[in-house]
Write a protein that binds this ligand. Sequence first.
Ligand code: FES
Length: 110
Amino acid sequence: MSPQADEQGPRVVIAQTDIVFACRPGQPILDAAHEQGVALPYACRRGICGLCAADLVAGEVMPVDAGPMTNAQCRAGQVLLCRCAPASGTITLRPASWERRDPPRRLPPL
Ligand code: FES
């Protein structure tokens, strides 16, 4: 299965792959990825562990709430995918790892 982006709403591209998925406005990128069959690393989903850090290759992101989009585990140019949503039409990310998952799995509520 190749996750495809909806024609509407922001799109997220995983760099150097054919993976593209849609993100609802304000939806954390991590949640959107898992909903559409792209498993990305995570643990806390609260901006603490740093496992979801990814390089922001192109585009802009915005915070999903008042919390920060980075933490001490982030290198320069990285953002936490549990803490940000796309702010531009298409963004390109390079996560630490990714895996296609079929069927997709929605992350449990926090
Ligand atoms: S999942 Fe822990 S910081 Fe994002």
